[in-house]
Every structure is written in C-alpha cells, then in structure tokens.
Design a protein around this ligand. Sequence first.
Ligand code: NAD
Ligand code: UDP
Length: 322
Amino acid sequence: MANRKRILITGAAGFLGSHLCDRFIKEDYHVIAMDNLITGDLRNIEHLFKLENFEFYNHDVSKFVHVSGELDYILHFASPASPIDYLKIPIQTLKVGSLGTHNLLGLALAKGARMLIASTSEIYGDPTVNPQPEEYWGNVNTVGPRGVYDEAKRFQESITMAYHTFHGLETRIVRIFNTYGPRMRLNDGRVLPAFIGQALRGEPLTMFGDGSQTRAFCYVDDLIEGIYRLLHSDYSQPMNIGNPDEITIKEFGDEIIKLTGTDQKMISLPLPTDDPKQRRPDITKAKAILGWEPKVGRAEGLKITYEYFKSLPEKEILHKDF
Ligand code: NAD
Ligand code: UDP
C-alpha cells in the first residue's frame, strides 16, 4: 500500500526493538529496521523478513545514518541495555546514546519525522526518592561504572529536548523501567534471565548483596502499548512507563524458585558498585495523559517468559558466556 506510514526503528533486532517491529507491522506501518547486532539477534525479527512492508539495515547508528524516502516516525532504541553489556562495551554505549541520537535527530529534522527516544529509569541513578516521579532529577555517579549508560541517556534526553525547543522538532521521551518478556537474552546478565537460566541449568541463583534492593518489573506487552500511546500523544516531556509493583530481589528469587520448581537455593554474591537500592515508577502521568496502566501481573508475565526460555534449544540454555 503506497500510503502506509513509514517508521524507522533502531535497535530492531534487540528485545524491545523486535517487539516494536511486530507492533508497527500489526498496525500496517512500513517498518525500516536498523541494528548493528552488537547485542541483538536477527532471529528476533527473521519472521518479518518475508513481508513487503519490512526492511532491515545492518548499520551502526553512531555513524552517519541515511534512509531513502520519506519517514513519519523514528524510534531510537539502539543501545546496550543490561549492566553486563554496557560494562563490556562502555565506549559504544556512550556513542550510541550521544552520537547515535544526534545522527537520528538530524535525520528526523531532515525528514520532518517525529522522534521518540528510549530513555530509562537509570537516569534517576540510585534514587533518594521512591517512587520516582518524572520531576525527580536523579542521583547519578558520573564516573562510576554505570555512568557510561546513565550519562549517555541523560545527554540523550537533553539533546532531544534541545532539538524540540530550538528546532521545533516533534519529540517524545519514554523513561522505561525494568521490562521483561520473551526474546530477552538468557545470558544478558539481567536478573530475570540470570535467575531463570540458573534454575534451568540446576545452578544456585546468584543474588547480589542481601537481596533487599528493589525493582518493579513490567511485562513487555504493557510497555509496548505505553510507547505506542506516547508516540501518538502530543506530550513532549519525559514520561515514565513501567509497572509500579515493587519487589525485593530476594522475594523475586523466591518467586522464580517456586515458578521453576528448582531444588536450588539462592547464594549471595557482592553487590555491584552503584547498584540502585530502590526503584519504582510513579506512573501518575501515564495514567492521566495516556490512559495507560499495566495489565499483566508478574505471575502471568513470568509464566509466559519461563515457557519461552524453556523452549530454547538446550545448547543455548547451557551456554552462559557473559
Ligand atoms: P537489547 O540489547 O536487547 O537491544 C538493543 C539493540 O540495539 C540490540 O539489537 C543491539 O544490537 C542494538 N544496538 C546497540 N548499539 C547499536 C548501534 N550503535 N547501532 C545499531 N544498533 C545498535 O536491549 P533492550 O532491552 O531491547 O533495550 C532497548 C532500548 O530500551 C535501549 O535503548 C535501552 O536503553 C532501553 N531500555 C530498556 C529497558 C529494559 O528493561 N529492557 C529499560 C530501560 C531502557
Ligand atoms: N541481580 C542479582 N543477581 C543477578 C543479576 C542481577 O541479584 O544475577 C540484581 C542486581 O544487583 C540489581 C537487580 O538484580 O539489584 C536488577 O538487576 P538488573 O541487571 O536486572 O537490572 P538493573 O535494574 O540493575 O539495571
């Protein structure tokens, strides 16, 4: 169809990017997917390759980005996202959040496209306020190990807002809180794949610290719905999207032990430097402005995700090269 809306999705072969591709294909958009596969996997989107309204470009968006034809929207999701990944590739992480964002904002301006960036709850650092409203300015250690991710994302928000105010570009900023679901990498080091992978391999679950730190986990379908609504809203200030159901990591480990039926227990390993002690989104704005709130509870979401991991080839479950 000639009059399809055209959307560029960066980080398309990753966990969230691939779910976004599915959603926009379902809405009958023409999807231009871009990824350099540094942490992504083409298998996440290979089912879309046969479609006439889907294209894929293997490209590093920290280098100049060219796309032929018109563009209505850009979703910038390219970036390593798990602490293990961004500690392994810190410079690329800083570059994709800064140079990559700059390149894509330039492209958005040239094409007259609306651009949405994937920011994160990490911009709040180790928060002293709980839950975190969008007005909270955060508590980030710029030179700590997580600074490469947090500061890249903070810069990303600033340059996006500058393009909005200075150039009048249509921009949207979503601050994503811990999200989980099928297509996460079993070995990406995040707590959910780590615990489920360990349970599947019959290993103890590695709880960092005493497990009293908290997180609030959002199922991927809920997040995608929130992003879809934000993109189509007229709200250009940052917006939290996440599930406020907060839980300690120790309680979370107990839930995974129960879900998987493993006979293993949790062992305590040192808490990583600057690991946030508490995190929970204040979603008052998303509720009021987008009429959005999460629908999938943890019990349901975890079950779906566990079934996904269980269905992976055995050699992938056993492979745990971080
Ligand atoms: P992911 O690692 O699964 O996906 C990221 C994708 O970006 C990968 O496919 C990777 O290959 C690609 N990529 C990285 N650098 C690139 C570059 N320079 N050029 C082109 N492609 C590049 O991670 P995810 O969980 O899907 O996260 C996606 C986005 O959402 C990230 O921007 C992340 O910061 C943000 N986010 C995710 C969460 C979460 O809970 N999953 C939370 C907050 C923010
Ligand atoms: N965590 C853990 N064991 C692991 C991996 C992570 O206890 O094997 C903890 C981690 O210290 C943090 C929480 O789980 O407090 C969430 O970590 P994750 O890497 O998933 O995401 P974060 O929210 O820290 O970016």
